[in-house]
Design a protein around this ligand. Structure first.
Ligand code: NAP
Length: 273
């Protein structure tokens, strides 16, 4: 089966493409250079040339802080860009996999969010991801796959940022934001399983199991990498930020995915930083 991937040089894209190839898919990798999703003509042309049987849309504007100020740019990629892909999928009857986020929820629940729970984003990035979901729902053949707290070997993320800190200084980490850290390789495998099994179209939550605070995640990162750092728990309200974040964004994955600590240990064993 021929699959076109958007954002193939992103953190998830770089792990997803090899997993697809290992499963025997023919993969068409597209980047901002080869197919800027905000350019409808280009999107149409590239999709016409390759005639994929499925599209996996991972490309996005992902800087949650900057999205608050660069609203136009975030909207143009996450909403208008997604609408462009939807438009071509609709015309050519191509099923679409859209990667969405735990940030579509407001974090006011105290038990894991189910796919059918009502989204209510508290920041602009979350709003654009939800608007992208709404666009995708216009199709009859779609998978919306929500995930959370991604980290991987190929991008900027909580783990790499933490490991690049100056360890001689005190590092404050919030202990009142709870989520499920998810390794991009486990997400990639989850996506490939869902499409491979021909699961029913609809919304899925794919993340590693278990829930931790950012502070607890940081403790585990330093323990696994055997590093000494002076990390101190703090509250979200102690941190200067122009963005509101959900305090609890654990997704109900129906126990289908392994525990985050086990996944993190496998990630660390392969890390070369
Ligand atoms: N990271 C997380 O914690 C997290 C959590 C939940 C959900 N998600 C979702 O998971 C997906 C993958 O995230 P990620 O962390 O892998 O993101 P990422 O590393 O930021 O990768 C996003 C990719 O999208 C590309 N892109 C941006 N604008 C584009 C455009 N106009 N046209 C074509 N490509 C464009 C980027 O290209 P450039 O490098 O050229 O900018 C980049 O390669 C996203 O949909 C994100 O919303 C992420």
């Amino acid at each position: 089966m021929k699959v076109l991937v958007t954002g193939s040089n992103g953190m998830l894209g770089q792990d997803l493409c090899p997993v697809l190839e290992d499963e025997g898919y023919e993969v068409i990798e597209t980047t901002r250079n080869s197919m800027d999703i905000t350019d409808l003509e280009r999107v149409e042309r590239v999709i016409n040339v390759h005639a994929p049987e499925l599209i996996i849309h991972t490309a996005a504007y992902t800087d949650v802080e900057k999205a608050e100020v660069e609203r136009e740019e975030a909207h143009s990629v996450n909403v208008a860009g997604t609408r462009n892909i939807v438009q071509v999928c609709k015309k050519q009857d191509i099923p679409l996999v859209y990667i969405s986020s735990d940030y579509v929820f407001d974090g006011e629940k105290d038990s894991p969010y189910k796919p059918e729970d009502r989204p209510n984003p508290v920041n602009y990035y979350g709003q654009t991801k939800l608007d992208g979901e709404e666009a995708v729902k216009e199709l009859s053949k779609y998978y919306i796959i929500r995930t959370s707290w991604l980290y991987g070997h190929h991008g900027n993320n909580f783990v790499t940022k933490l490991l690049l800190q100056d360890f001689s200084k005190e590092i404050k980490i919030v202990d009142d934001q709870i989520g499920s850290p998810t390794w991009t390789v486990d997400l990639a495998t989850g996506i490939v399983n869902i499409i491979g099994k021909g699961e029913k179209y609809g919304i899925y939550h794919v993340c590693n199991s278990g829930a931790v605070s950012r502070f607890e995640f940081a403790e585990e990162i330093f323990a696994v990498f055997d590093l000494k750092a002076n990390i101190v728990p703090c509250k979200t309200s102690d941190i200067q930020s122009n963005v509101k974040r959900p305090k609890y964004s654990v997704l109900d994955n129906q126990g289908h995915y392994r525990n985050w600590e086990v996944a993190f240990s496998d990630f660390a064993a392969l890390a070369d930083f």
